[in-house]
Design a protein around this ligand. Structure first.
Ligand code: AMP
Ligand code: MN
Ligand code: MN
Ligand code: MN
Length: 283
């Protein structure tokens, strides 16, 4: 019995449709899957229907980008009610802000001499996708402006690159409260990838988020070393936090990250996940 509680579909920046993602997980023998698209739950109902058809456990989820005290981070909401009105309305507003940001990115690329329109980006993204920088990267490759995604981020789209525009997000406190209101548990995603300020440790950041209501941290993650995993398991135990885990699968948009794998080709055993989290499965 294995699980993968961090995956993306074509509803955000993955390349598998929700149905194809669930089918792929099922064929790998995964018994509990969470769909955690960036700032959207648009893929959840399709994934849930596929999981029900296949008799597979499923957790509706979302990965929220957050910025504000105590710092920038990604938060996973797991076991949320995807139809909770306040959640839907907040995600709709974030999507609108994302659209405004996308238009600014187009403007910056144009100013850098690249002929690209928002229509080009929409045409190169899956239908209904919550469009972001990975879709810009794919479009720049398709237009021949860059050789590959790596070059697209290095030259134009990366956090410090010339065409990037900061994304408007919720604060960590708002994101955690929203996940709780929607009935879910809130976890710090990939704490190993946090960008910390000089005086900060992982522990101080996680403690600050815990004071805001954080339920747990992602202690199992595809890019962790065994030492990272052990460190975050110890930290969770020390602070009385739950743990979750997943691959962060994006299909062809992260070709080095296979579905269901959290370390050296190994899956995540379902029994390593807390029962409070497993109890939120709906399919
Ligand atoms: P956005 O939400 O539009 O800011 O896009 C963020 C997404 O872009 C992340 O979730 C990653 O999937 C992807 N991404 C960010 N930086 C890079 C990078 N340097 N190379 C490839 N993909 C990246
Ligand atoms: Mn992504
Ligand atoms: Mn993330
Ligand atoms: Mn992710």
């Amino acid at each position: 019995m294995t699980a993968d509680l961090h995956t993306h579909s074509t509803a955000s920046d993955g390349t598998f449709t929700p149905t194809k993602l669930v089918e792929a997980a099922h064929s790998l023998g995964i018994s509990l899957l969470a769909l955690t698209d960036h700032d959207t739950t648009a893929g959840v109902s399709e994934a849930l229907a596929a999981a029900r058809r296949l008799g597979m456990g499923f957790l509706p989820g979302v990965e929220l980008s957050a910025e504000g005290p105590p710092g920038k981070c990604h938060l996973l909401g797991l076991g949320i009610d995807p139809n909770y009105p306040c959640l839907i309305e907040t995600l709709r507003q974030l999507s609108q802000k994302r659209h405004e940001r996308n238009l600014k990115i187009v403007g910056r690329l144009n100013a850098l001499g690249i002929t690209i329109t928002m229509e080009d980006v929409v045409a190169h993204a899956p239908q209904g996708a919550n469009i972001g920088r990975p879709h810009f990267a794919a479009t720049l490759v398709a237009l021949g402006a860059v050789a590959d995604t790596k070059e697209a981020f290095a030259r134009y789209l990366g956090d410090e690159a010339a065409a990037n525009v900061e994304k408007e997000t919720l604060s960590p406190a708002e994101a955690i409260a929203l996940v709780h209101e929607a009935g879910g548990l809130c976890f710090l995603a990939h704490p190993g990838l946090l960008r910390r300020s000089q005086h900060e440790t992982h522990e101080s950041r996680v403690r600050a988020l815990t004071a805001l209501g954080l339920d747990g941290i992602e202690a199992y993650y595809s890019s962790y070393t065994p030492a990272n995993e052990a460190f975050f398991l110890r930290l969770a135990e020390k602070l009385g936090l739950l743990v979750t885990g997943g691959s962060d699968f994006h299909g062809a948009n992260k070709p080095d990250v296979p579905l269901g794998v959290v370390r050296d080709g190994q899956p995540l055993e379902l029994t390593l996940l807390p029962s409070r989290l497993r109890a939120l499965a709906v399919a």
